[in-house]
Design a protein around this ligand. Structure first.
Ligand code: SAM
Ligand code: CA
Length: 221
């Protein structure tokens, strides 16, 4: 798993960042702190965090969902793009990684907007559906265990309003999706996910070669 936009040569990627990245000191600090963690490659790329914020703004999102928080970079980007009374339901199973996230959410003044649920994401999504939250979310970002992408997508689609947007990360999986020798469970799950979305008429679809591949699925109105 990589985080930077791997389809670009390094010098062109640096140029892209130099003319478009608007990362502030707090996000930079979060990236620096996360870089000390052995799993830091899981963090979204900074230009991708900025894209997620822009998408949330574009959607006029008030209610958002995130599956896979880690140390909080993407959730911080999305939460900041919500209005003051907006709400982000953030799902993860790790107390320790999300403790870092919570520290940054507080420093950014967005902790009140974020409802962190520490539990397997499927349980959280099902409990939202059972609490009559279906059709009430504007935006979702899926970035957790790849084997469950299709079930997260189905739950997120039910939770979104018509016209709502789901962004799904790592759908190019560093190119492994086209390498027949890669037959591990994660790669197979991503291939199956991509195939399923290709013919899913419930959404408008685009796979962006940004970062490690970001699929956008817009729920038909
Ligand atoms: N979006 C994050 C960011 O910007 O830094 C990166 C998320 S990281 C790729 C994946 C996260 O999914 C990890 O924090 C992991 O603990 C979480 N995760 C893995 N399995 C999960 C599950 N079954 N339910 C909820 N979260 C899970
Ligand atoms: Ca990811």
């Amino acid at each position: 798993m990589s985080n930077k936009t791997f389809t670009l040569p390094d010098d062109l990627y640096d140029y892209l960042l130099s003319v478009s990245l608007r990362e502030d000191e707090l996000l930079r600090q979060l990236r620096r702190e996360t870089a000390t963690d052995a799993m830091s490659r899981m963090q979204v790329a900074p230009e991708q965090g900025q894209l997620l914020a822009l998408l949330a703004q574009l959607m006029g999102a008030r209610r958002a969902l995130e599956v896979g928080v880690y140390t909080g970079y993407s959730s911080l980007c999305v939460a900041r793009a919500l209005p003051g009374d907006g709400r982000l339901v953030a799902c993860d199973i790790s107390e320790s990684w999300t403790a870092v996230a919570q520290r940054y959410w507080r420093q950014a003044g967005v902790a009140e907007r974020i409802d962190l649920r520490i539990a397997p994401a499927l349980e959280t999504l099902d409990s939202l559906l059972q609490s009559d939250e279906a059709g009430r979310f504007d935006f979702a970002f899926i970035d957790a265990d790849k084997e469950n992408y299709l079930v997260y997508y189905e739950r997120a689609l039910a939770l979104l309003r018509p016209g709502g947007l789901i962004a799904i990360d790592n759908t190019l999986w560093s190119g492994s999706v086209i390498d027949p020798s890669c037959q591990d469970a994660e790669t197979r799950a991503i291939r199956a996910f991509n195939r399923a979305l290709h013919t899913d008429d419930r959404v408008h679809l685009s796979l962006l070669p940004v970062a490690d591949g970001v699929t956008l699925a817009l729920k038909r109105a």
